[in-house]
Design a binder for this molecule. Structure first.
Ligand code: SF4
Ligand code: SF4
Length: 402
């Protein structure tokens, strides 16, 4: 994040790029001089001994890592509470009794999708695993607004992936670059998985959704999910180990190539009005942004990143040394006359770009707002009588998919 002498040097090299045709007339010379002036690095403000102020647009890591840490802790808390809730029924009431944390249904995206389809078809809100639907709506909404930010700001699996590839970077000095042709081919895998799950959801009727949710398996599908990891099969364990080791070498390998949930959010995120946008006049073509992008996107050559792979992690923005050259923003103000001057460029992006602090605030408002609305309207907890849990949970392992 700190501008190095090399950056200044690169900028200087760009600014004096060979364009010295002696045959140019005076006008051409003047225009060429203006062009060269545009490529001089205008450092971003507020850099004091390499530190960026908290509220600076580019101070992203602090905010994003704080949000990631909070969501990891929240998920550890929810999963631990859920485990004790299940144990209470498994031990016949002999262990600690805790309330069922409905938030754990964030791990049931298929149930969320099915409930969403049921709601859209019948205009009725289904009773079983309804928190799964509201959490899905919250994550879809933030994808519509702020790209696939769920993956790089909120998802605990995304956070674990990031920790692993950063570990790989520390241990081996770098991660493995994936050739473009292979990267694009592998990305297709997650869309195939997404197509499979969407096909299931699309072909099932509202009555079938209700029948599934009301079945013994459907009522405790959350317990079945816990058991999937508690009594993990050898095949799944080996697959997980391969994915974890792979993530040390290849940045976000699970998220980029295999996660169907990320694929769904990525497709939705393409309509987002906020995108990573580059100002060609402020940019000094140093390519630091492209190098920092964990999705290997060509940030340094595009004016805006439309890709479904962009997770709004803002790593590119945080390393960009040039003022107003790169931002997560709405479309720039076209009316501002720029002519390469710093004030004009700043006006172009004024009140359009989001800082790390603002993304944090908006994510909290959207996700927190939807959860609060669901709770206040009584659509958060699944109203299953305790007697049903007492009967089903101790025998959960014997229940097969209907
Ligand atoms: S383009 Fe920027 S925000 Fe998008 S994934 Fe790459 S580094 Fe992250
Ligand atoms: S937008 Fe990318 S290429 Fe341009 S100055 Fe910023 S980091 Fe360098």
């Amino acid at each position: 994040m700190q501008e190095t002498p090399e950056v200044q040097k690169e900028a200087t090299i760009k600014s004096v790029a060979p364009n010295t045709a002696s045959a140019r007339d005076e006008d051409d010379e003047a225009q060429a001089a203006a062009k060269r002036a545009k490529k001089i690095l205008i450092r971003r403000e507020g850099m004091v001994r390499g530190r960026v102020p908290w509220l600076d647009r580019r101070n992203v890591r602090t905010w994003r890592h704080a949000v990631q840490a909070v969501f990891v802790l929240l998920n550890v808390y929810l999963c631990t509470q859920f485990y004790f809730w299940v144990r209470y029924y498994e031990t016949g009431g002999e262990s600690l009794k805790v309330a069922r944390p409905a938030g754990v249904e964030g791990w049931l995206p298929i149930a969320g999708l099915m409930n969403l389809k049921y709601t859209l078809l019948t205009f009725k809100i289904p009773p079983i695993h309804i928190a799964a639907m509201f959490l899905l709506i919250a994550f879809l909404l933030i994808s519509v607004l702020f790209k696939k930010s769920f993956c790089s700001w909120l998802c605990p699996v995304g956070t674990l992936s990031e920790v692993l590839w950063r570990l790989g970077q520390k241990l081996f000095g770098r991660n493995l670059p994936v050739p473009r042709w292979l990267d694009i081919s592998l990305r297709a895998l997650k869309y195939l998985l997404l197509a499979f799950f969407l096909w299931i959801v699309v072909t099932v009727s509202a009555e079938e959704i209700m029948a599934f949710m009301g079945s013994e398996y459907g009522l405790i599908v959350d317990v079945k999910m816990l058991d999937f990891f508690r009594y993990i099969s050898n095949v799944v364990l080996i697959t997980l180990i391969v994915l974890i080791v792979g993530s040390v070498f290849i940045k976000n390998s699970w998220c980029r190539y295999l996660c169907p949930y990320g694929a769904l959010l990525g497709v939705i995120s393409m309509v987002s009005p906020f995108k990573i946008r580059r100002d060609a006049e402020a940019c000094i073509d140093c390519a630091k942004c492209a190098k920092a992008c964990p999705a290997q996107l060509p940030v340094d050559t595009k004016l805006q990143i439309r890709s479904a792979e962009c997770t709004a992690c803002l790593s590119c923005v945080s390393v960009c040394p040039a003022k107003d050259a790169l931002q997560l923003s709405l479309r720039p103000d076209k009316k501002t006359a720029v002519n390469g001057d710093a004030q004009g460029i700043a006006r172009r992006w004024s009140k359009r770009a989001l800082s790390g602090a603002m993304v944090t605030l908006l994510l909290i408002v959207v996700v927190g707002g939807i959860i609060a609305a669901a709770k206040l309207t009584g659509h958060w907890q699944t109203p299953i009588p305790e007697a049903v849990y007492k009967e089903l949970i101790p025998n959960a392992r014997d229940l097969g998919h209907p």
